[in-house]
Design a protein around this ligand. Sequence first.
Ligand SMILES: Nc1ncnc2c1ncn2[C@@H]1O[C@H](COP(=O)(O)OP(=O)(O)OP(=O)(O)O)[C@@H](O)[C@H]1O
Ligand SMILES: [Mg+2]
Length: 255
Amino acid sequence: MNLALVNVKGGVGKTTTAVNLAVSFASSGLRTLIIDLDPQCSTSCALGIEDHEPNVADVVMRRRDLKDSLQPTSSENLSILRGSLELAGADLELSRRKAPVQTVRDALKPVRRRFDMVVIDSPPGLSLYSLMALDAAGAYVVPTVPHPLAADALDQFFSGLESVSSRLGKKPTLLGILLTMVDHRTKLTDELVKVTRRKYGRSVMRTEIPLNVQLAVASGRGRSIFNHESWSTGGAAYRRLGGEVLRRARKEGLL
Ligand SMILES: Nc1ncnc2c1ncn2[C@@H]1O[C@H](COP(=O)(O)OP(=O)(O)OP(=O)(O)O)[C@@H](O)[C@H]1O
Ligand SMILES: [Mg+2]
């Protein structure tokens, strides 16, 4: 299964979720690839991967095959197509090319049998790279935070997706909206979590990711939560999320 992490809003836990989900899949024995499609390269940093070539820019610029651009990570069963700052300035040129949105889907075809899971992190927004991620993925997860502005951004995301859907090969499946950085000590959080669950119903993942500083510390050290404080509240939540994502994917016939 190919899974994209997307939202128009920044700083909502897309990268943290991409990294920790990918490591949880890999540690359960699934052959996993993580693709860093964000010019910020945070996924690569969070996995301790240095900024070198080959990288994702080589693949989206069609200079190199994806299979020759992958790196191992310190986690068994997990490979990465690392990010590139070059993406920041490449979107204008790419968008002039033929079928730019399909680039990642096409690049993945030859390695289809090599991986059980492909996790694709994308930048905030619904620009070219997020569309590439959605087009390459059969499924997507939308991380969000319990904050009034994030609730507005969630609405914007779904209406934005509707208006760009004609640019995608086929409609990807929403596996779930994921509440992250949840701090139930505040009343406002409780209220916003309730409102989100009421509004989006079963589309909201049962698992919530708590606000847990160890998740930030781990990524600063270039490690997943499982290689840092595996039994922290963040680690336990991402372990549960891995299970829920797989259950939802099976239910949708994606696995
Ligand atoms: N559950 C959490 N508890 C505490 N800190 C978190 C949690 N999840 C993420 N963070 C921290 O919050 C910041 C934003 O998270 P992250 O980078 O995953 O968001 P993002 O949606 O990928 O951001 P961007 O849109 O910039 O790519 C990071 O510093 C990260 O370490
Ligand atoms: Mg990110």
